[in-house]
Design a binder for this molecule. Structure first.
Ligand SMILES: [Zn+2]
Length: 326
């Protein structure tokens, strides 16, 4: 399968390129939940959803009525109940540093096995797509991981001589301090092979940096914490000459979650925090007329928001030019 997989945009004096890692199919049953706290002793209405990933605590998972969500996604559903999602990574050069935001699902079996999603034939194509625009792993100075889920850290490492090593040999890998502390804790590395394979080697080589609060990586690129989907999830903001863009990571998984802020994923770490972070992101995006890049929205995943009933409507924005290295 051959797809157009890079697209380049201008933002003030910056050039950035969306580089796709291919397509995932996610079971629709993972979407369209709301959470309520689980009262002591009460399991009435407790969800049959299998949640193996860490959460902020026991909670009751409540289904959004199918009559509400189905019309929103009906045209996208494939194979009897799967939602296709791109994996839109971002490459930007700022102040001489080549910066990659998110690393897709990659090709390692340990990563794929861990996911409640099906990678399609083009999944894991990030390195190939980077090479197509002339970027080799050793060219990358900084990797920012929005969060530690498998479909964002999959190319953090590669297998070499029977062990895992950082894919980007010179790069510093950033996440928020909270994300490192929760998902790279010794007991989680022990329990989840996907974390051990993708984060463990970075700790061993010391190629790790931790963001506390909003953190400028350069004067044009900043880590912008938006916790909720994971404990220390972050978006990544770009700014140049009064223009703004934001890679929103998994603050939303589908643009309909901008319209209905309380439509959550079964695996969201903290429901109320996810909603609060979405609220803050919408307010920021509207105030700055920002171009948003959504990790899983149809490539290249770019759009702008328009206010709608307390939430926001996603409007697909520029499609970009044919990709080139920024
Ligand atoms: Zn994701």
């Amino acid at each position: 399968m051959s797809t157009v997989a890079t697209a380049t945009f201008r933002l003030g004096s910056l050039t950035f390129t969306i580089v796709d890692d291919g397509t995932l199919l996610v079971p629709v049953g993972l979407f369209f939940k709301t959470f309520a706290p689980l009262e002591p002793g009460a399991d009435e209405g407790a969800a049959p959803v299998r949640v193996t990933w860490p959460t902020s605590g026991p909670r009751r998972v409540v289904e959004v009525p199918e009559a509400a969500w189905r019309p929103e996604v009906a045209l996208e559903l494939v194979d009897d109940g799967w939602l296709p999602g791109s994996m839109n990574c971002l490459l930007v050069r700022s102040e001489g540093k080549l910066i990659l935001v998110d690393s897709g699902m990659g090709t390692k079996e340990v990563t794929r096995r861990s996911m409640n999603a099906k990678g399609q034939a083009d999944a894991g194509s990030l390195l190939k797509n980077l090479a197509a625009i002339g970027v080799q792993p050793a060219d990358v100075d900084i990797v920012i991981l929005t969060h530690a889920h498998a479909d964002h850290i999959g190319w953090a490492t590669v297998e070499q001589d029977g062990r895992y090593v950082p894919t980007f040999p010179r790069a510093t890998y950033w996440m928020t301090r909270r994300e490192w502390e929760v998902y790279a804790a010794p007991e989680l590395l022990e329990r989840y092979p996907v974390l051990r394979a993708n984060l463990g080697p970075l700790l061993e080589t010391g190629q790790v940096a931790m963001a506390d609060g909003e953190t400028a990586v350069t004067s044009e690129v900043a880590i912008w914490p938006s916790p909720g989907h994971t404990a220390g999830h972050a978006c990544v903001m770009l700014r140049s000459q009064g223009q703004y863009a934001m890679h929103v990571g998994d603050a939303v998984h589908h643009p309909v979650e901008f319209k209905y802020l309380d439509w959550l994923l079964a695996i969201d770490y903290d429901g109320p925090q996810t909603i609060a972070s979405r609220r803050r992101l919408i307010d920021w995006a509207l105030a700055h007329d920002a171009l948003l890049i959504a990790a899983h929205t149809h490539f290249p995943g770019t759009g702008r928001l328009r206010p709608l009933n307390g939430g926001a409507l996603w409007e697909v924005a520029e499609r970009g030019e044919p990709g080139r290295a920024p």
